[in-house]
Design a protein around this ligand. Structure first.
Ligand SMILES: Cc1cc2nc3c(=O)[nH]c(=O)nc-3n(C[C@H](O)[C@H](O)[C@H](O)COP(=O)(O)OP(=O)(O)OC[C@H]3O[C@@H](n4cnc5c(N)ncnc54)[C@H](O)[C@@H]3O)c2cc1C
Length: 337
């Protein structure tokens, strides 16, 4: 991290995007170019008619088009309406609480930090607005009190020095999402699905923007070429199935919580033995691969120094992925799909 910092912009691995500002920019540009927008509108239904696709809102308005792009997020009403969650694996119900804090101070504040081993998962991230810092607690367990979990973390011996002058500054947020594995195909009857509606939070802001852009571009081409069908938007269909699903798979992971298997002291030991800086990246797939490879190389040392931990590492490899997912599902709330 410090090495990267010394390299200035060349050492920067990512930039934080304020999604609200970014979207506002796109919307303003669209409006200026003559796009018609309907704000504060709750879309409740979608169906096909001979001449195209119809979307209905809660006020009784109908909107007709040649294609529809459904990008209504992780709990997508349109995806449920279309029955497209059938066949996706339900991975649990995720809840998150986040605060913007002022007065946080420690080295390497530019890093995105995930703290493992706590009751809830704790993440820390720089904020786009100077002077603010982002802290969040999340869990798949409805019973966990996220505020309490965060307080335990902020006041713990190891991390309290970072937060001794901290107070809640900007705004705080919360969300509850039912998480499913990805959809194998993001197109049905001239309806394109994009962003979290088809994937999950792993697609991240840039992934969602990328899908939205690709879908919009594909629809423009299809309309221009008067090819109002799947072939017309094959650019998006192929991008989704080959470049996204083909490359990253359907997602889902094992659902295993390390804290069910390793004590805080075990994790302390495992963190302490990684002494080379790892590759800097904000790509979650690369992060998990890098961590896996790092510990694979350290297995002989762990076997030597802590055979008890090695035994746990081996036993965890034999745990069926469904075991962790079943625990998450027991603690979640499946919505009607
Ligand atoms: C807790 C949490 C933390 C995350 N942290 C990060 C992070 O640090 N970095 C990162 O890159 N990604 C992060 N992600 C993932 C990222 O936020 C999402 O992948 C991305 O924002 C999805 O964008 P989207 O446009 O597909 O969906 P959304 O941002 O959910 O947008 C969907 C839009 O559709 C609207 N909508 C929904 N239903 C209707 C309806 N019926 N009618 C009309 N409009 C409707 C909603 O109001 C919303 O504006 C996080 C996700 C979660 C849950």
């Amino acid at each position: 991290m410090n090495e990267n910092k010394k390299r200035g912009n060349d050492g920067r691995v990512a930039v934080m995007v304020d999604k609200g500002l970014f979207i506002k920019g796109i919307v303003d540009e669209g409006l200026a170019a003559g796009v018609k927008a309907y704000f504060n509108t709750n879309v409740i239904d979608v169906w096909n008619e001979l001449e195209g696709v119809v979307v209905a809102d809660s006020k009784g308005n109908y909107y007709k088009g040649k294609f529809v792009i459904a990008a209504d997020g992780v709990n997508s009403r349109l995806v449920r309406k279309l029955g497209l969650n059938q066949g996706r694996r339900w991975l649990g119900t995720y809840k998150d609480r986040a605060w913007d804090m002022e007065g946080v101070e420690f080295d390497e504040m530019e890093a995105l930090i995930f703290c493992m081993g706590w009751e809830c998962s704790i993440s820390l991230a720089p904020h786009v607005h100077e002077g603010l810092y982002h802290v969040a607690a999340a869990s798949y367990d409805w019973q966990l009190d996220l505020e309490d979990g965060m307080q335990k973390y902020l006041t713990s011996k190891a991390f309290a020095p970072w937060f001794k002058n901290a107070r809640v500054g900007g705004h705080s947020t919360s969300c509850v999402s039912n998480i499913y594995s990805s959809m194998s195909n993001a197109f049905i009857n001239n309806i394109l699905i994009a962003g979290d509606a088809t994937w999950m939070q792993e697609c991240a802001i840039l992934g969602a923007l990328l899908m939205g852009w690709k879908a919009g571009h594909s629809v423009s081409l299809a309309v221009k070429q008067k090819q109002i069908n799947k072939e017309g938007v094959s650019d998006y269909v192929n991008f989704y199935t080959k470049d996204l699903i083909g490359r990253y798979g359907m997602g889902g992971g094992s659902g295993l919580d390390f804290s069910d298997y390793f004590s805080p002291e075990d994790m302390e030991y495992m963190a302490s033995i990684v002494d080379n800086p790892l590759r800097s990246t904000l790509d979650f797939y690369t992060i998990y691969r890098t961590i896996g490879k790092t510990y694979l190389d350290l297995f002989p040392r762990i076997q030597d120094e802590r055979p008890d931990i090695m035994e746990k590492l081996f036993s965890i490899r034999n745990v069926h992925p469904e075991v962790g997912l079943q625990k998450r599902r027991r603690n979640g709330f499946l919505t009607v799909s």
